[in-house]
Design a protein around this ligand. Sequence first.
Ligand SMILES: Nc1ncnc2c1ncn2[C@@H]1O[C@H](COP(=O)(O)OP(=O)(O)OP(=O)(O)O)[C@@H](O)[C@H]1O
Length: 360
Amino acid sequence: MRRGGRPYGRSVTVIATESLTMRYPRVTALDRLTLDVAPGVVGLVGANGAGKSTLIKILLGLLPATEGRASVLGLDVATEGPGIRERVGYMPEHDCLPPDVTATEFVVHMARMSGLPPAAARERAADTLRHVGLYEERYRPVGGYSTGMKQRVKLAQALVHDPQLVLLDEPTNGLDPVGRDEMLGLIRRVWTDFGISVLVTSHLLGELERTCDHVVVVDGGRLLRSSSTADFTRTTASLAVEVTDSDRHPDGAAALLRALDGAGARARAEGRLLLVDMPDERVCDTVRDAVAGLGLGLVRMEQRRHGIAEVFRPGDADTPAPATADPAGTGPAAPAATAGPATPAGPDVSRKEGDGDAAA
Ligand SMILES: Nc1ncnc2c1ncn2[C@@H]1O[C@H](COP(=O)(O)OP(=O)(O)OP(=O)(O)O)[C@@H](O)[C@H]1O
């Protein structure tokens, strides 16, 4: 795929919104959303009905916002929709492929629609179908494709006109864990290999954590948090400590928990394991001194980085919890106080259709 000639650098804003509000007759889908998104892979996560698709449609200039402003690649969505659609690729959430045409025919058609001449359209279609791993299958009718293959055709058509940004609405929907991993890998490479920025929506926190440089979390149309993936987890590292029991301390973990509390370190027990908050490296000395002072044996002491989902522990005052979260997918330091359907890609923050009405 051809790169270069970009009118913007890596440090400028790709998407900016200011108090963006979208009111449908019975629902406020977006509520004063203010965002600033830099180039790279950005995840937009929220439960069903959180307002993700509405935001994408506004950013494409397809839907006028009720209030507020938004720009994409520096272009105003209210007045420069055609210019935006020229520079932006869009992968819709729902199945929208004609079953009786081949992937090549469809993607060439989409390339022609965006203004490419016939030869360039064929070349670009072949390139993008190769990128998404459908080169061998490109002459088969789309109707016979698996869900994963259809998602790849949708991704290919979003990329075919060599956009500067792609908006991907739930690209892993309906995929099994392997298909999901492959799709996430492809998405990552859209940025790393081709320099095309990505805004990808999902209701699975875990999958965005692995794929995105930056994560934006919305709930009921409101911004919960927008920060780099690293920032999400930087402040949530912990030290996992396991100690032996002794004659003096038949429950070594409980004794250590008390000692750490006395020393001003925050910790919680998870079975025989203590998870000690780790604002900085000095916590290691505190733990070591406490263990030695109690005369316990140290079985293990290792640093753990929490998943993004743990940032959303219910009870965290400054980080509200999503509707549901799955402890099974959060890795070794999963929170105890969350509940929800297990998914291999991490917590599923989806909820029933209509819940978003609460924002009205
Ligand atoms: N055209 C419409 N008319 C009225 N209400 C709408 C319309 N489109 C969306 N909504 C409502 O706006 C809210 C946000 O919907 P939206 O589709 O943007 O959410 P989402 O986060 O993309 O969820 P999903 O993943 O389920 O599509 C929901 O309550 C939805 O029912």
